[in-house]
Design a protein around this ligand. Structure first.
Ligand code: ZN
Length: 841
């Protein structure tokens, strides 16, 4: 498939940009770009030196120190091939500002550039040779080193940390799946860098209480009823009895003990708790005093789990949730133990960011600060080569050192809906449940959308009012807050639902912890009790964590700069965190190569990209887009496995685009899947703010408008925006079919894999459909663009593993596919939207 390749850095919705707002509107095509900041860099244009080396290793070798590259003193954009140069400086291609060379070093670096580049005579061998030394002018995509640290594996005191948080409330297959997945995670982590790793791994379980496994001392530390304690009380009681270094232990040394510990985990209602302690040394902490009883009773959320005296069906629902599952308090505690600061970056952190000491671990972002690192060279924070210390000695020292971590990943294995303490989801509001069930059995997608909104949006509004009184009672707000807190602190949280797909877990409220912090959401798809034998989860988790640090960019900061004719209007990305100080600068905790973020643009003035008749203007100074992306990455040395590099790298990518002459040209050069993906992002954004119903209306509006514009552009017939001329239907259908996004958008409206749709189908209880929708919505987010997104909506297949959760026979599924996605279904839809009846809806 053409269009968005996952790894390309820029994927525009249009290859010829609309000239101005009028043309953009007439074309009906959205004007935006997908950016995969950590995507594959473009191959170098000069091929003479081609060897067997991959572009990646070439890229690494060609990295220059960031400080050497000249920047515009007005907009801080980076110098690039589209700038105009003279002896004394350059004219910025982005903002037009004239910048003088800052010092002699810059003057020296760029001294002959005006002679060679302004003429653009790239065939001149002297120019070629000269430009070879200036990758920032020769290449569209560049990487520069901001800072680097060489780390000796196994002896470093601050490797990456993984935390396994397992729900033991329910036993059975869910727990078995969680355990085998946890073991798979441990195997993956311990194999990193050929086993030479400084990663640590912590094992914790929760039900009503929280247990931390001290694998070094072969102990367990448990605090009961964490939902009834204040957060600081829980933290204090843990810190009193547990040593961080013994719970967060090194995988290279304690892997076997960890495996044994995971194996020993049993369900909390099996009664075998004390017998399963490692070597029988289990220390169960005395139940802490619950003097806060008065407060507890005031909190309606806490009592809900045992309230069973309601009518009919609700009774069974209540029974199911009787066991305490204090997920919220457990997760808060894990974040506390990881030293995660509260929510937002503090003033101190800002000061640190602005200081001249480049600190890799704190992810200093200098995208916006000019004149930093003036001496130009990479700052090497050497660990030295004096590694004569024996491992054991280091280990002793380590136990005394304060716990620091270089990025953490928390894998939460849930087997049901959180029902105790903060973040508890269970609502004893029968009215909502009934409403939901009634509406969900409706056949109309719009009615189902309304019903879902009743559940989702009402909770949202409640959170707004509750927030003022009691910070943590609302589940939505609580999990969102956890996600932000994790993201700020470079902690990534994964949500893995191990229970059968028919068990409602409240994913609609929980999933923000993962979508915001850059984690993943997975759900067991096995309805039977076959347990770990058939579940895809363990292998999926193994794949997820295998060499993850080498594949992942951490502490990312991204900023787009445009030439002055246009501006970024919106940025779409769940894991985006807007910088509090610098507008247009976004932080992302963790990113993989396939992650893509959408931006759309507005024109900064009526003129747009210039006069229609004066083509030379657009040709000489074309629209420019520049991305600056800074990230930390772990890079393994091929030559020696005992060392690895932790590098802070800045990537600068600049591209120039052509401008279209007519609306038709805009459409002809549109990239179908980028158009479709951008539309999805916009719709999901609306869905979050205004609900499912609104977002469905938006899609229908957009589709209707697009088809009418396409008909207009085609020039055959004039179609009134209100579709008053019914005889235009044929033209209508022809146009709609010629432009494939229209059909894809239609699929978005009707596919049962679409987050916009809740299809009632067999084998799935109605109350689980919010979970399913959240899962689909999550899957459609940052990691899924273009062709992948289309495949997902059509077939429900994504990221390997997760099979379609229905087991209807193939024939039936094909019939449905024909009905919905085939030409016939689409035609009847177009007929429907072109009819009066539709307009009155
Ligand atoms: Zn500038």
């Amino acid at each position: 498939m053409n269009g968005i390749s996952n790894k390309k850095i820029f994927s525009w919705t249009v290859d010829r940009l609309p000239r101005d707002a009028g043309q953009k509107k007439a074309s009906g095509v959205p004007f935006g770009v997908f950016v995969s900041p950590f995507g594959e860099m473009k191959k170098r244009r000069t091929t003479e030196t081609t060897t067997t080396e991959t572009t990646e290793t070439l890229g690494k070798k060609k990295r220059e120190a960031a400080g050497k590259i000249a920047r515009c003193e007005s907009c801080f954009g980076y110098v690039n091939a589209f700038c105009m140069f003279d002896e004394d400086g350059f004219n910025c291609a982005l903002c037009g500002h004239e910048t003088k060379w800052k010092n002699e070093r810059e003057r020296e670096r760029y001294k002959r550039v005006s002679r060679y580049i302004n003429g653009r005579n790239e065939d001149d061998p002297r120019a070629k040779k000269y430009l070879e030394r200036l990758p920032e002018l020769r290449e569209e995509h560049n990487e520069f080193i901001v800072a680097a640290e060489r780390v000796k594996a196994r002896t470093s005191t601050s490797g990456p940390t993984r935390v396994i948080l397992i729900d033991t409330t329910e036993g059975g297959s869910a727990l078995e799946i969680a355990k085998s997945s946890a073991m798979a995670a441990l195997e993956a982590v311990s194999a990193e860098n050929g086993g030479q790793t400084d990663a640590t791994f912590a094992i914790m379980t929760f039900d009503g209480g929280l247990t931390a496994y001290d694998v070094v001392g072969r102990n367990k530390v448990r605090v009961d009823d964490i939902d009834e304690l204040r957060r600081d009380e829980v933290l204090m009681s843990f810190e009193k009895v547990m040593q961080m270094r013994r719970v967060f232990a090194r995988v290279d040394k304690y892997k076997e003990d960890m495996l044994a510990a995971i194996d020993s985990i049993s369900s909390s209602n099996s009664g075998g708790e004390s017998n399963t302690a490692l070597n029988g040394l289990g220390v169960k902490m005395a139940k802490l005093s619950t003097s806060a009883n008065g407060e507890v009773e005031e909190d309606p959320e806490n009592g809900s789990a045992t309230k069973t005296n309601t009518r009919g069906e609700t009774l069974t629902v209540s029974k199911r949730y009787q066991k305490k599952r204090a997920f919220g308090p457990a997760l808060s505690l894990v974040l506390d133990l990881l030293g995660a600061m509260e929510d937002e970056i503090t003033e101190d952190a800002f000061k640190m960011m602005e200081s001249e000491d480049i600190n890799i671990r704190n992810g200093v972002d200098v995208l916006n600060l000019n004149g930093m690192n003036d001496d130009g060279d990479a700052v090497a924070i050497g660990n030295g080569d004096d590694d004569f210390n024996e491992f054991e000695e280091n280990e002793k020292k380590r136990e005394e050192e304060p716990f620091e971590f270089d990025g953490a990943r928390v894998l939460c294995f849930l087997s049901g809906m959180p029902n105790a303490g903060t973040g508890s989801i269970y609502s004893d509001n029968d009215e909502i449940n009934t409403l939901l069930n009634d509406y969900l059995s409706e056949m109309s997608a719009d009615l189902r959308a309304k019903a879902t909104d009743a559940l989702f949006m009402k909770e949202k509004k409640e959170s707004a009012s509750k927030r003022r009184n009691d910070d943590d009672t609302n589940a939505f707000f609580f999990y969102e807050h956890c996600g932000r807190r994790a993201s700020v602190n470079n902690v990534c949280i994964d949500t893995i639902l191990c229970s059968k797909p028919s068990v409602f877990c409240g994913l609609h409220a929980i999933s923000p912890i993962s979508s915001i912090s850059g984690g993943i959401v997975l759900r067991n798809d096995e309805e039977s009790d076959a347990g770990d034998i058939s579940s895809f989860l363990p292998s999926e988790i193994f794949k997820l964590l295998q060499n993850v640090d080498g594949r992942t960019a951490r502490d990312c900061a991204i900023r787009l700069r445009t030439s002055s004719e246009y501006i970024v209007a919106n940025a779409y990305g769940d894991s985006f965190r807007e910088d509090k100080k610098y507008k247009g600068l976004y932080h992302v905790a963790r990113m993989e190569k396939a992650d893509a973020f959408a931006f759309d643009f507005d024109f900064s003035s009526k003129i747009g990209f210039g006069d229609e008749d004066d083509l030379s203007v657009a040709e000489n100074s074309p629209p420019i887009l520049q991305m600056a992306f800074e990230y930390t990455v772990t890079e393994y040395d091929d030559a020696s496995t005992s060392y690895y590099w932790r590098r802070r790298i800045r990537r600068v990518c600049t591209c120039a685009k052509k401008v279209a002459r007519t609306p038709r040209e805009v459409r002809d050069f549109a990239k179908d899947d980028a158009v479709f993906s951008l539309l999805c992002r916009k719709v999901f954004h609306i869905m979050k703010l205004d609900g499912l119903f609104e977002s469905r209306l938006l899609v229908i509006d957009w589709l209707t408008a697009l088809i009418s514009k396409l008909a207009k552009i085609s020039g055959d017939t004039y179609v009134d925006a209100k579709f008053e001329k019914k005889h235009n239907k044929e033209v209508f259908c022809r146009c709609a079919n010629a432009f494939s996004p229209t059909r894809l958008v239609y699929t978005l409206l009707i596919s049962k894999n679409s987050p916009l749709v809740l299809m009632a189908y067999d084998g799935m209880n109605n109350e689980n459909q919010p979970d399913l929708r959240s899962l689909n919505l999550f899957l459609c987010k940052d990691r899924l663009v273009g062709a992948d997104l289309i495949d997902f909506l059509l077939n429900g297949c994504v990221c390997g593993g997760s099979k379609s959760s229905t087991d209807r026979n193939v024939e039936e599924a094909q019939d449905e596919k024909k009905m919905y996605y085939g030409y016939e279904g689409f035609l009847s839809f177009v007929e429907r939207i072109s009819s009066e009846e539709f307009l009155s809806l």
